[in-house]
Design a protein around this ligand. Structure first.
Ligand SMILES: [Ca+2]
Ligand SMILES: [Ca+2]
Length: 490
């Protein structure tokens, strides 16, 4: 949080300098992030203001002397670009532009341990301890619930070996995978392909030198081989045959984190855009959940905006509360768990005390996703779990067995966890409940909360952790809900 506040200070100073240097102008505000990639921005176009986002982005590339990177089309439009701050500021005043945000860098939300407790699946199918060493789940006909749902896993990629997928993601027919689509959104400049242990990776440690030209094609999606690890863990907990909740759900594998497991916000936004377009192109046949076991480490309006658009188009978005030990309303995308989330305070000239100048990209007072905190096997809130009214529900976190990093070795298991695993559990439950109900996000969340187990989580003494961890200002109010995910409908 220190870095976050320090960033705000720096931002305030920058804005101050700008306002002095152009006293008669009305400079637009750039939406700031906690950890930014220098000279990288995302511009969203206003709905209806742009016919062909590719044409407009190309025009803006020339008009504002920036280099465009991703172009977002259809469900929402805009583009990301590399260029100086002055160009980004100039773009905020373009009548076609809704807003401009910095490109941020975030983290996946887990810690890894090697051990073998199977307590997480065991816990979510019962209301109270003690554990009964059984995970109950339901079938419809010959297939487990969830078979008509797609879980979009935006993560570090699901490990594959050549064209083969781990059998953990097979249908009941061996060798027929449930990973139905995949795409790499970590590519472009700064990276090069390297080979490690016989596997080709896109290496983000490669730093472009001053004499390099932009090597945009050096790591193209078609060359991608998924980097095993966190994304594999997450997908197996949400939908794996052995370790997963929704054992028949389909999986879309979108890679938005580099090999250092750093999340790039422009990759997240682009993946969300791609996801929504895929979803919309399938009409009513795509019942969809998006799993975001990640955080940007502070506010990031661009990621929150993409979450908002996904929700708007009927995709339930499930997000990690994180173990940052802070108010989850101060992080993106966990902030998007709050009803009517609408843009951060970071855009305000004098943060944090100017709620009237929140950036607003939606006036929808209801639309929101599901933010998940982690609990331990003794029903205690996991150490350092973030809190507040932007958290919706809790699920098992630390020490969760999942398909391992080395998924080619039969029986190899990695325990990972914290709110990454908790988020994956809730995505699995959401898939089961979505299949049974067909509900849109807000109503689906209400159903999941109605089924969940209330008031079994601690700590409750000496101070009630839940009622003492609250957020109250003119925009957001409430404490932390004492609610544990429950996977069955009865
Ligand atoms: Ca059980
Ligand atoms: Ca919510």
């Amino acid at each position: 949080m220190f870095a976050h506040h320090a960033n705000r200070l720096v931002i305030s100073l920058i804005l101050l300098v700008i306002s002095f240097s152009s006293a008669n102008a009305s400079p637009g505000l750039i939406s700031r992030v906690a950890h930014r990639l220098p000279n990288r921005y995302i511009a969203f176009f206003k709905d209806g203001a742009v016919f062909d986002p590719h044409v407009v982005a190309t025009g803006m590339e020339q008009q504002y002397s920036v280099r465009k990177e991703y172009v977002f089309e259809k469900s929402f439009t805009g583009f990301s670009f590399e260029g100086p701050e002055a160009a980004a500021l100039a773009l905020t005043n373009d009548p076609r532009v809704l807003f401009v945000g910095e490109v941020g860098i975030g983290h996946l939300t887990s810690t890894y341990q090697q051990s073998n407790p199977g307590w997480g699946l065991d816990r979510i199918d019962q209301h109270n301890l003690p554990l009964d060493n059984i995970y109950h789940y339901d079938y419809r006909g010959a297939t487990p619930f969830g078979a008509s749902v797609t879980i979009y896993v935006l993560d570090s990629g699901i490990g594959i070996k050549g064209a083969a997928k781990p059998s953990e993601f097979d249908t009941d027919t061996p060798g027929v995978t449930r990973v139905v689509a995949e795409r790499n959104f970590i590519f472009d400049h700064d990276y090069q392909w390297v080979t490690q242990n016989g596997t080709v990776f896109c290496d983000t440690s490669y730093i472009r030198t001053a004499t390099d030209v932009y090597d945009r094609d050096s790591c193209t999606p078609t060359m991608w081989v998924g980097y095993p690890g966190h994304g594999t863990n997450v997908a197996s907990v949400a939908a794996g045959r052995t370790y997963g909740v929704a054992k028949a759900a389909y999986i879309v594998n979108y890679r938005v984190a580099d090999n250092g497991l750093f999340v790039h916000s422009d990759a997240v936004v682009s993946a969300m855009n791609y996801m929504i377009n895929r979803h919309n192109s399938m009409g009513t046949t795509d019942l969809a959940i998006a799993n975001l076991s990640l955080t940007m480490g502070g506010y990031d309006d661009t990621v929150d905006y993409a979450v908002y658009r996904a929700l708007y188009y009927g995709i339930e978005v499930v997000m990690a509360a994180t173990e940052f030990g802070v108010d989850a309303c101060t992080l993106s995308p966990s902030y998007a768990g709050y009803p009517g989330f609408h843009g951060s305070k970071v855009s305000c000239p004098n943060p944090p005390n100017c709620p009237s100048t929140y950036y607003q990209f939606t006036n929808d007072s209801l639309l929101n996703g599901i933010t998940v905190g982690a609990t331990t096997s003794s029903d205690q809130v996991n150490a350092g779990t973030s809190w507040g009214p932007c958290v919706d529900i809790f699920a098992p976190g630390p020490g969760i067995p999942s398909l391992g990093t080395d998924q080619y070795t039969i029986g190899q298991v990695t325990t990972f966890g914290d709110s990454s695993a908790a988020t994956a559990y809730v995505s699995g439950v959401a898939a089961i409940q979505l299949e049974q109900s067909g509900l849109y996000p807000v109503q689906l969340e209400a159903r999941i909360k109605t089924l969940a187990t209330p008031n079994v989580l601690g700590p409750t003494t000496p101070t009630n952790w839940f009622t003492s961890h609250c957020h109250n200002d003119s925009e957001i109010s409430g404490c932390t809900p004492n609610l544990l995910i429950y996977s069955l409908s009865y």
